[in-house]
Design a protein around this ligand. Structure first.
Ligand code: SF4
Length: 411
């Protein structure tokens, strides 16, 4: 019994053991083989990644002197390139992030004439500062410039800091601006990667990665930093930017025939330069309808101060409300704030595009009696000339503000 039982038991144990053993061996083999495949794949991907990075490094390294020399021969003669003062470079760089080079020229001259140094910027009254920025948009940028100027006065005793890290630590200064000021003013070999550089490098390396991703920008920054020549950091960085602005242009065919990198550019070699860079589509903007009013009497025009936070914070605006009001609704609104119009003029439509929202505006000009005395809403009554000289009205309202300016008299 024991024997049989033992035999059965033993046999069954053998079978079981054998089964277990076969199963575990198969599993083990399978495990070993998938593990080795994973290791192999990992090894291969590390290897191909390393090869790719090595190739990118070589292509960028080969671009250094052609770009630098091309820049020295072809750079545009721009006011902020005539000197290497960090304050001047900083002002120009922030303005260039707002608008076109041609438009920046007059803003730059006007700003520096009014605020010739960091101390003047740190001390200027906010309304005057915003007035100097009027038309450039993104007013928070200039507010941050004032904060940074105050940091320079307080922390650096009025001397613009001379290291990348200290410049990067100033309010409103990100990697690009810090790299631009550090390299253009002090020759520090740090990258300055803006949209132009992202486009050039993306094509040069034939990279199909989305340049809107922070990780891609950071990788480009690292790769550029590894090749910046310490004896020509400024000209190399500015060369990449200038090349993007003049030759490796966006929206259409880059001028590869004129490019100093034509012989080494991987996108040109593969014929895919017009498909690059890959840039994910921006989110669709929200549309907001607004009705804008010019309330005036014989002496003044009504304006309001916007809240200290949010869109166009702290700036002045013509009174406006949400929605498109017809003539009757506009008159009813006017009366609701104590203003009975003696004459109403329908103004044309206007549109202003912000980064996330579009304002679609219509307007009315209302002539009223004794604006200040009758108006029950909290408003400011700007006298002749004050809209030009005193109150910064954002560009969003320019279609109507231009009509309101200088017209307070006798209409
Ligand atoms: S060869 Fe063409 S695509 Fe390549 S960097 Fe020059 S302009 Fe851009």
């Amino acid at each position: 019994m024991n024997g049989h039982g033992g035999g059965v038991s033993s046999g069954s144990g053998d079978v079981e053991e054998k089964h277990v053993s076969t199963g575990s061996k198969a599993a083990e083999e399978k495990h070993v083989s998938s593990e080795s495949k994973a290791v192999e794949e990992k090894y291969m991907s590390t290897e191909s990644k390393a090869a790719e990075e090595g190739r990118d490094h070589d292509v960028l390294l080969a671009a250094v002197w052609p770009v630098t020399e091309w820049y020295r021969e072809n750079k545009r003669d721009l006011p902020w390139r005539k000197q290497t003062d960090a304050y001047h470079i900083w002002v120009s760089e922030i303005m260039l992030q707002q608008t076109r080079v041609e438009a920046v020229k007059s803003y730059y001259a006007r700003f520096l004439e009014a605020l010739p140094n960091v101390k003047a910027l740190a001390e200027v009254d906010e309304d005057r500062l915003l007035k100097l920025w009027e038309g450039l948009g993104y007013y928070n940028r200039v507010r941050n410039m004032q904060k940074a100027a105050r940091q320079v006065m307080d922390v650096h005793h009025g001397e613009f800091p001379r290291t990348y890290e200290e410049i990067r630590a100033l309010a409103g200064i990100g990697n690009y601006t810090a790299g631009a000021v550090a390299s253009f003013a002090f020759g520090i070999p740090k990258p300055a990667v803006d949209g132009n550089v992202l486009r050039v490098v993306s094509r040069l390396l034939c990279s199909d990665e989305d340049i809107m991703k922070a990780g891609v920008r950071q990788r480009f920054e690292r790769e550029i930093e590894a090749v910046i020549p310490s004896e020509a950091a400024s000209d190399f960085n500015q060369g990449l930017i200038e090349l993007g602005a003049l030759v490796c242009v966006p929206n259409g065919a880059p001028k590869c025939g004129e490019c100093p990198l034509g012989g080494t550019c991987l996108a040109r070699e593969k014929g895919c330069q017009e498909k690059l860079p890959v840039k994910k589509k921006a989110k669709e903007r929200r549309i907001e309808k607004r009705t804008v009013f010019i309330f005036r009497d014989g002496h003044a025009v009504a304006i309001k101060k916007r809240p200290e936070k949010g869109l166009l914070a702290g700036l002045y605006e013509l009174p406006n409300i949400s929605g498109h009001l017809d003539g009757e609704e506009a008159i009813a609104y006017s009366k609701s704030i104590g203003l009975t119009p003696v004459r109403v003029k329908v103004l044309g439509a206007a549109k202003h595009v912000f980064s996330h929202v579009e304002w679609h505006m219509i307007g009315y000009e209302m002539l009223v009696d004794e604006l200040e005395k009758n108006c029950s809403d909290r408003m400011i009554f700007a006298e002749d000339g004050e809209l030009e000289g005193k109150y910064p009205i954002p560009t969003a309202f320019s279609a109507y503000a231009d009509l309101a300016k200088g017209n307070g008299r006798g209409r």
